[in-house]
Design a protein around this ligand. Structure first.
Ligand code: SF4
Length: 385
């Protein structure tokens, strides 16, 4: 059985296929998990439970026993349940759609998919695979909402599809593969359909050669948005050189920058600032482990006073004659927290007329940004006070 963490993961495929030496470079850094990743894992487990209940693979009592246990998980919330249910409903719809086409639809969940025929040690888990009438439909749940992920040209879901073909291609007469990514928190569902031949051609001509280079640490370093999730991003020399090159502005003679030059600085600032943040965070973590960086030292940051024990503070003040109304401030939960508590549906039902979205503060963004342009300083000042 391949190691739990194969060097060339499906989730990192866009990165190692674009910057082939990144996989070897990354291998020397530990894999980190985050609260977001843990929440995503929990959402997948809950989705699997609900989908299997909907498919009658679980008895009611068994479902509720497991469900009650999951409700105790720290990541459980009404809001998460609603998103997961909307994904499960989507799967139910896809299954019914497939049943209209043929009688013997097969629905598999949480399937281990082996695509090692193309990527050394390559495997992953397909959330849902539906096989019906010449079509294999693979569906992936993305619980995150930070970055919208689309199915078109997505190497991760294509690799899963290759794994599913490898597993079921011989048993069923599959002619085409549909790949769908559902991202309920962004209300996004996107699909790509390829014929089996097209998918296999991509695997042979793109994946295989790039995987071979990536395993050997060969090829050119390519800097881009994919660096964001690279474990080597803070100390990668190629990224540093790219950013330092980016920072070389060739200004003309006059003492003041002109508008074109300011535009140029703005265009580069975001990428540079991300890079600086990554290096700063990396250096801090290393310093905490005991590393010394020339000219730098660890000190205590600024801190605010805090109560040692809030209950004792309240008791002391009450004993001294202060009324509760004076010592406590009553505060509503914020909108996000309230939505988490009530769930999206109830929140909308009860509070739809009591929540507004005021115009956001003006921000400068590149022209490619999808938001419509707002007016001049005068109108902005009027709108935002
Ligand atoms: S940081 Fe970017 S350029 Fe450097 S190895 Fe990672 S993906 Fe490649």
């Amino acid at each position: 059985m391949p190691g739990k963490h194969a060097m060339l993961s499906a989730s990192g495929a866009h990165r190692w296929m674009t910057c082939t030496p990144s996989a070897v470079l990354e291998a020397q850094f530990p894999e980190n998990t985050s609260e977001y990743a843990e929440e995503g894992t929990f959402a997948h487990a809950l989705a699997d439970l609900i989908i299997n209940y909907n498919l009658h693979n679980l008895k009611k009592a068994e479902f509720y026993e497991k469900f009650e246990k999951m409700k105790e998980n720290r990541y459980f919330s009404q809001e998460l349940l609603e998103y997961v249910e909307s994904f499960a409903n989507q799967i139910f719809e896809y299954t019914n759609e497939a049943k209209l086409l043929c009688n013997d639809v097969i629905v598999l969940t949480e399937q281990r998919l082996d695509f090692s025929a193309y990527v050394p040690e390559g495997f992953g888990t397909g959330d849902v695979v539906i096989i019906a009438d010449k079509e294999l439909h693979i569906i992936d749940l993305k619980y995150g909402k930070g970055v919208g992920v689309v199915a078109e040209g997505n190497p991760q879901i294509r690799l899963y599809a290759l794994g599913a073909l490898n597993e079921y291609g011989m048993l069923y007469n599959i002619e085409q593969v549909r790949m769908t990514i559902c991202q309920p928190r962004l209300d996004m569902v996107t699909s790509e359909t390829l014929t089996v031949e097209e998918l296999l051609e991509w695997a042979e001509t793109e994946v295989k050669p790039k995987a071979k280079m990536a395993m050997a640490g060969e090829g050119e370093f390519v800097v881009g948005d994919h660096c964001r999730f690279c474990r080597a991003k803070a100390t990668c020399r190629a990224r540093a050189e790219y950013n330092l090159e980016l920072a070389k502005f060739e200004f003309k003679n006059p003492e003041l920058l002109d508008d074109d030059e300011i535009g140029e600085v703005l265009a580069k600032a975001e990428r540079l600032s991300d890079w600086v943040k990554d290096i700063t965070e990396y250096a801090l973590q290393e310093a905490l482990k005991g590393k010394k960086f020339d000219g730098w030292k660890l000190v205590e940051g600024r801190s605010n006073r805090t109560y040692v024990d809030e209950i004792k503070v309240a008791e002391t003040l009450k004993a001294a004659g202060y009324d509760e109304a004076v010592i406590y401030e009553k505060k509503l939960y914020g909108i996000t927290a309230m939505e988490k508590i009530l769930g999206k549906k109830t929140f909308a039902e009860l509070l739809k007329d009591l929540v507004i979205k005021p115009p956001g503060k003006p921000v400068l963004v590149p022209e490619s940004d999808k938001r419509p342009e707002i007016g001049t300083v005068d109108s902005a000042v009027k709108d935002f006070g």
